[in-house]
Design a protein around this ligand. Structure first.
Ligand SMILES: NC(=O)c1ccc[n+]([C@@H]2O[C@H](COP(=O)([O-])OP(=O)(O)OC[C@H]3O[C@@H](n4cnc5c(N)ncnc54)[C@H](O)[C@@H]3O)[C@@H](O)[C@H]2O)c1
Length: 313
């Protein structure tokens, strides 16, 4: 396959897509984005001048819309999704149809030559064993509907020869910003509230910067033959940190940040694990953005973003 294929990116106006799409265009790829613009996001406006970009406003569940677009594509990156356990719990029927059925429909209509590179999630590892790294061989044990749908999806992806990127919790600034992601959320609280109340403070997670996620997609594109039909954890190997450790990392840059603990909640996915990223690193992939650098970037971005539209502050 040539190095600048035509890529169909569903959900391309999302948090990940808004970083990935410009990077694919910069590489010289023709890119077709399908997105329902669920959040009213304007993140791809900067890319509209690029002649190689097409944007289709629509729903990935619409077969009549999707099948002709699928036909044109060499590579498919299916990012359209109702993301996160709380949203899927609120909209279970839509979650199944968007997060799973719509991608199964693309897989079953694709030709053998078409390549799928898909994000999945390492949240399915659930409660890990103390001190034992989860690898791609570790059984998945999803708790939420979101996690269960990702695990079901991954089976179908791997059967079809796709590359599945099991992403850690993503962080960093994107033009379609998400403040509900752990590092982004905690740093926002540090900058704006100066305090946080943690529950399950010792629960450990793995993290990765949104630009390193985009790099992982490019890496899979460049090494597709060697990587196909396999899942890969994608995270920072030196950032398997508990929520408390993450807060202490943020406190190094926001010294007035006060951290408290109380039993005020429960993670719907019970994510408490440490993850090995050796498998993707053995293929030559290395993340470039450290957690401290991601935090610095977020602190800067939060000078711009404030959730204060209904107050004169
Ligand atoms: N951000 C993370 O930490 C993380 C971690 C693991 C996996 N992922 C996966 O990466 C993918 C992208 O996540 P994100 O963080 O960019 O989320 P996001 O919510 O920002 O992006 C999802 C996009 O899908 C679009 N969309 C939703 N329903 C649609 C529909 N029916 N038709 C067309 N478009 C629709 C939305 O408008 C949005 O632009 C998802 O599959 C998610 O599960 C993300």
């Amino acid at each position: 396959m040539n190095t600048t294929p035509h890529v169909l990116v569903t959900g391309g106006a999302g948090y990940l897509g808004s970083i990935l799409v410009p990077s694919l265009l910069a590489r010289g790829c023709a890119v077709t984005v399908v997105d329902s613009f669920l959040y009213g996001q304007t993140s791809l406006l900067d890319c509209c001048a690029d002649e190689k970009l097409s944007i289709v406003r629509g729903d990935v569940r619409d077969e009549r819309l999707m099948l002709p677009l699928l036909k044109q594509a060499d590579v498919i990156m299916p990012l359209a999704c109702l993301v996160g356990a709380p949203l899927c719990a609120r909209k279970p029927l839509e979650a199944r149809s968007i997060n799973l059925d719509a991608i199964l429909m693309l897989l079953s209509n694709a030709s053998k030559e078409q390549r799928f590179i898909s994000p999945t999630s390492n949240s399915g590892y659930g409660v890990g064993q103390d001190g034992v790294f989860c690898t791609e061989e570790t059984p998945m044990n999803p708790v939420s509907l979101y996690g269960t749908l990702k695990v079901e999806l991954e089976k179908a992806l791997l059967d079809a020869g796709a590359v599945s990127l099991r992403l850690a919790t993503v962080c960093g600034i994107s033009p379609r910003m998400r403040l509900d992601l752990l590092v982004n959320d905690f740093t926002y609280r540090a900058v704006t509230d100066r305090f946080i109340v943690l529950f399950e403070a010792h629960f450990k997670r793995n993290y990765i910067h949104v630009r390193d996620v985009a790099r992982a997609f490019h890496h899979a594109l460049d090494h597709f033959d060697a990587m196909q039909g396999q899942p890969y954890n994608v995270g920072l190997s030196d950032a398997n940190l508990s929520k408390m450790e993450l807060c202490l990392e943020i406190q190094k840059q926001v010294p007035e940040f006060t951290i408290m603990e109380a039993p005020i909640g429960k993670d719907p996915d019970q994510r408490n694990y440490i993850v090995s990223n050796d498998k993707i690193e053995a293929t030559g992939y290395r993340p470039q953005v450290s957690l401290p650098r991601a935090i610095t970037e977020l602190i800067k971005g939060y000078q711009v973003i404030r959730r204060n539209q209904y107050a004169n502050v």
